[in-house]
Design a binder for this molecule. Structure first.
Ligand SMILES: Nc1nc2c(c(=O)[nH]1)N=C([C@H](O)[C@@H](O)CO)CN2
Length: 123
């Protein structure tokens, strides 16, 4: 029976080069990510074994590395590309990502996007 199990990461701070404007291409800015990843944790819990679940430390490392080695103008591009990376490299069925760019609009606490992506089911 399918589960509704979630492994999550909240408030992951990613330093990267991001922005539409010329001045933004010369600095590093912070993006802050919340992530919910659907998986099945029953095997891991039964055997008390990290191999059977999503390793949130390894996933955080992969996202930090991605942001160190890429630069895009839009946070949409970061979100889309990082969801694709997660679905390709980890046993995730469905991912919900919130990506914030705090400080982009000084009058707002934060701005950003929320997306959800699922692994393609092959026919
Ligand atoms: N939907 C978006 N709107 C805006 C973005 C973005 O990435 N997605 N980016 C900018 C600028 O880079 C802005 O953050 C500079 O303050 C504007 N709008």
């Amino acid at each position: 029976m399918p589960t509704r199990d979630i492994v999550f990461i909240e408030g992951l701070v990613l330093e990267t080069v991001v922005g539409v404007y010329a001045w933004e291409k010369r600095i590093h800015q912070r993006l802050v990510m919340d992530l919910e990843m659907s998986t099945d944790i029953r095997q891991a819990a039964q055997h008390d074994d990290l191999e059977g679940t999503l390793n949130y430390a390894a996933i955080s490392e992969a996202l930090l590395e991605f942001c160190h080695t890429h630069r895009f103008e839009l946070i949409e591009t970061y979100a889309e590309r990082m969801c694709a990376l997660l679905l390709a490299q980890f046993d995730i069925h469905h991912v919900k990502m919130t990506l914030r760019k705090p400080g982009a609009v000084p009058q707002a606490t934060s701005v950003g996007i929320k997306i959800e992506r699922s692994r393609e089911v092959s026919a």
